[in-house]
Design a binder for this molecule. Structure first.
Ligand SMILES: Cc1cc2nc3c(=O)[nH]c(=O)nc-3n(C[C@H](O)[C@H](O)[C@H](O)COP(=O)(O)O)c2cc1C
Length: 364
């Protein structure tokens, strides 16, 4: 019998109670600009666990201050960050849900204001900073971009070490899944895509070279990340730049194979974000789901999460039943409905799967 939305999923040594993952979503809510979680983060993440999601993934969490998109991003570059995040993971686990953390570095897309402040480049006199990237070309802003430094070999090693230290802290904080962010035009994606990688050393040029940064990163993190916990990588399956030499679904399937060989438990398949000229498809229901399916079919055996425009229980359930993905990764619908999974159990006639907190029993 094929799996459905409520079939537990074992990844690494971790069992997710169902196939619903809360997609990582930046909250830009560290008001003190110190990367420390606030009551907002606690409330945002734990309420989705109360709502029944099998896996609650934190937002992109910066492995070093330069890797923040905005000064208000969450971080995990010190032990104090890890201590504070331990409260979140303990509460999420108490709800029967699995806490995950997305480890991230924003590369040339760092040093901006928040979306509700215009997402414009931050200048040094406003607290902006020099960004790091595989090439010296800044993101093509309308305004003056922050300076972008082409990473030296030693920068590469420093950033990789920051990811490793962050993974170690994430383990100590009680996270059970670590997801390396290699999508949406941030640092690791900038290495993967020929659009943002003009290097002529061992990190640029061929597929082998462009994927080296990520492959080295996965191997280094895997060394410190406990084998009984799960390791994910989020990729953009395509740059949506069909008229240029760019990152494609075929390369993603090949990469997924390599990642599986390196011990990655699931590839979380998103799309786009590397350049403003991208040709977005119409963003209707499940607008990116086909990429997860193509990566799953084109690679041999690594589990896949699909994300993008999943809004209904029926759609999420069909995704799993039709074996288009192993995990339904749901973003904005979780902002509208923290109790998506409980509502899904009712809508799909799976009341026996309802695992509502006793305090809320009378409502379900
Ligand atoms: C407010 C917001 C913040 C986001 N932050 C992140 C992030 O931190 N990391 C990431 O990989 N994707 C991020 N995304 C993308 C989502 O995880 C998801 O891939 C995207 O919204 C498409 O899925 P959806 O249609 O279910 O929302 C964000 C999206 C939103 C709406």
């Amino acid at each position: 019998m094929s799996a459905d939305l409520f079939t537990p999923l074992e990844l690494g040594g971790i069992e997710l109670p169902n196939r619903v993952m809360v997609s990582p979503m930046c909250q830009y809510s560290c008001e003190a600009r110190d990367g420390m979680p606030t009551d907002w983060h606690f409330s945002h993440l734990t309420s989705r666990a109360v709502g029944g999601a099998g896996l609650v993934m934190s937002e992109a969490t910066a492995v070093e201050p330069r890797g923040r998109i905005t000064p208000h991003d969450l971080g995990i570059w010190s032990d104090d960050h890890a201590d504070a995040l331990a409260d979140v993971t303990a509460f999420v686990r108490d709800q029967g849900s699995v806490p995950g953390i997305q480890l991230a570095h924003a590369g040339r897309k760092a040093s901006k204001t928040r979306p509700w402040e215009g997402s414009r480049p931050l200048q040094p006199d406003e607290g902006g900073w020099e960004t790091l990237a595989p090439s010296a070309t800044p993101w093509p802003y309308d305004g003056t971009p922050p300076a972008t430094r082409k990473m030296t070999k030693s920068d590469v090693e420093d950033v990789q070490e920051s990811f490793v230290a962050a993974a170690r802290r994430a383990d100590e904080a009680g996270f059970q899944v670590a997801e390396l962010h290699a999508a949406h035009g941030y640092l690791t994606h900038e290495f993967l895509s020929p659009v943002t990688n003009d290097r002529d050393d061992e990190y640029g040029g061929s597929f082998e070279n462009r994927t080296r940064f990520l492959r080295e990163l996965v191997a280094a993190v895997d060394d410190v990340w406990p084998s009984e916990k799960a390791l994910f990588v989020r990729i953009s399956a395509t740059d949506w730049l069909p008229d240029r030499d760019s990152w494609t679904v075929e390369q993603s399937a090949r990469l997924a194979d390599d990642l599986g060989d390196l011990g990655v438990d699931l590839v979380d398949v998103s799309a786009g974000g590397v350049h403003p000229d991208q040709q977005l498809p119409a963003s209707g229901p499940g607008y990116q789901i086909k990429y997860g399916r193509r990566v799953r079919e084109g690679s041999s055996g690594v589990a896949v999460g699909a994300v993008g425009g999943i809004t209904s229980p029926e759609q999420a359930d069909a995704l799993i039943r039709n074996e288009r993905a192993d995990l339904a990764v749901i973003g904005r619908e979780h902002l509208r409905d923290p109790y998506f999974t409980h509502h899904a159990a009712r809508r799909l006639g799976r009341e026996e799967e309802l695992d509502v907190p006793v305090q809320y029993d009378r409502a379900f």
